[in-house]
Design a protein around this ligand. Structure first.
Ligand SMILES: [Zn+2]
Length: 324
């Protein structure tokens, strides 16, 4: 990375810090560390709003090799430049996994379940980081799932044939329309054969949860204080979540955007991981405009650790400003 890039990254972060009255500027060093994830044993970050105690639990990273098909309307060179502009080393696309947990009243709620060590060799640290934060899997009372991609649901249980639920006391909530899409037999005629592995696993996995599995609809209160927000495009049933306490709020953005350095800064870039990229872009702009005008605290599953902070407008796009 050039000194110029380094300096401009630092400046942007410092200005954003000042704009939010954060106690210290977001340091470039933190951004540089973010791509490798936190140090072992330190992959959790507490945060608080009103009466809610939150934690970000890091689950690792996907060091995705560059691939010209990853972003439909950006070249590998443009992708590398966008990563560098955010102070991120760009040899690969380092997609982080960060899970949001909130303690709300008597409930301990996990938003998505992590990879369960079943997706990328460089991921699967969430349970260790939960332990480091002083929380046991048995304490989780609800797991609220945003969509059915492997990095979000494989952590619900151990691998077949064992299939032991990771959170034995949790009720698992899934979006009804996502459930219908993936669990219907017709999925195997809709998707090419090379993509049949995921629905096969989902169709084996969810029935095992029996009466612990519940479906929710969009724009409803899932449990007191937590509402489901329609966020389609990434997948047909992809959902964000609004957590309210007193006059304060958190928006759990799920995969409304993948890495902000790429798709918040360039909301019009279309990732191959979005099932309907045009709809995903419309959702992204709508939700980002909402959290910008509300000055809401946000978390993002693929945001750089600590993955909690604010979204601000930045030229024609947006930027994620981590909480100090
Ligand atoms: Zn994801």
């Amino acid at each position: 990375m050039s000194d110029l890039t380094r300096r401009s990254a630092l400046l942007t972060a410092a200005c954003a810090g000042a704009a939010f009255g954060l106690p210290k500027p977001v340091s470039f060093i933190e951004a540089a560390l973010a791509q490798k994830g936190p140090e072992s044993g330190k992959g959790f970050r507490p945060f608080k709003f009103d009466k809610v105690q939150g934690f970000i639990l890091n689950d690792g990273v996907w060091e995705k090799p560059h691939d010209p098909s990853f972003i439909k309307n950006a070249t590998v060179e443009e992708t590398k430049a966008a990563l560098a502009a955010a102070g991120i080393a760009n040899e690969v696309v380092p997609i982080p996994f960060n899970v949001t947990l909130v303690k709300l009243g008597n409930e301990t709620v996990l938003f998505d379940a992590g990879t369960g060590g079943q997706f990328q060799p460089t991921a699967g640290a969430m349970i260790a980081n939960m332990a480091a934060a002083g929380i046991k899997p048995e304490q989780i009372t609800r797991v609220i799932v945003s969509h059915f991609h492997p990095d979000h649901v494989f952590g619900l249980m151990s691998k077949a044939p064992d299939n032991t639920p990771t959170f034995p006391n949790a009720v698992v909530y899934v979006p009804g329309n996502e459930f219908k899409f993936w669990m219907d037999e017709s999925i195997f005629t809709k998707l090419p054969e090379r993509q049949h592995g995921l629905p096969k696993r989902l169709q084996a996995m969810f029935p095992l949860l029996k009466d612990k599995l519940k479906q929710y609809e969009w724009d409803t209160e899932i449990i007191p204080g937590i509402r489901s927000i329609a966020a389609p495009g990434h997948t047909p049933g992809h959902t964000a979540f609004h957590v309210a306490s007193g006059s304060e709020q958190l928006m759990v953005l799920s995969d409304t955007t993948n890495m902000p350095a790429l798709f918040a800064k360039h909301p019009n870039w279309h990732a191959v991981v979005d099932a309907d990229p045009v709809l995903a872009e419309a959702t992204r702009r709508k939700l980002f405009d909402r959290v910008v005008s509300d000055k809401a605290l946000v978390t993002g599953y693929h945001f750089p650790f600590p993955a909690v902070g604010k979204i601000v407008t930045d030229g024609a796009g947006y930027t994620f400003v981590p909480a100090a």
